[in-house]
Design a protein around this ligand. Sequence first.
Ligand code: CDP
Length: 217
Amino acid sequence: MPPAEERPLVIAVDGPAAAGKGTLARRLAAHYGLRHLDTGLLYRAVALRLLRQKGEPGQAEAAAAQARAVTDADLADPALRDEAVGEAASALAVHGAVREALLDYQRAFAARPPGAVLDGRDIGTVVCPDAQVKIYLEASVAVRAARRLCELRSRGVESIESRVLDEIKARDARDSRRSAAPLKPAADACRIDTTALGPDEVFERAAAIVDARLPSP
Ligand code: CDP
């Protein structure tokens, strides 16, 4: 592997559902001139393909076949944001064969110059263990549920707070208990608790972490 300073810059942003990964990852990508991949969209794309074929998220081999067939075009489908698709994505993300099938896409994305910000659950631990910067966002479950509720309402989706809270808890349990690439901070990740922070403060803290890792000009 080339020395760190010659490799494209890769920033891994991991954490549980609704911790603010997408907002932070987009801002970091814009600020440092990097491309951005929301890896949750890949799992959603697999789910959407599977549901359209009348498949079930519990069918590991059928889901893995759809994972091997995912293309860039799948990631632009507006139906990816549907709640049912997110639910199926969370359920099929437990299958090792699905995760394995999505690795090449994610690694190829990260390796293309000038580099990339990838947000997900296992970027710093499994997908890009050599990422120069690893950030792990966390926040209380109540705050994450409140953020998810706001996001849903801003898209015109009416939801009940208690239901959103239960769904976030179920996602947390599934993400952290699965044996294939469970959600956990990489040993060398910088953790930011966003419970009491707004998007600007999270960005400032993360940018300070990235700046400290960049080679001095
Ligand atoms: O709605 P939520 O924030 O949970 O999801 P998302 O980021 O759009 O991703 C959909 C689902 O894919 C998540 O609930 C995770 O279970 C799974 N996922 C994963 O296992 N690994 C990733 N790198 C990204 C998402």
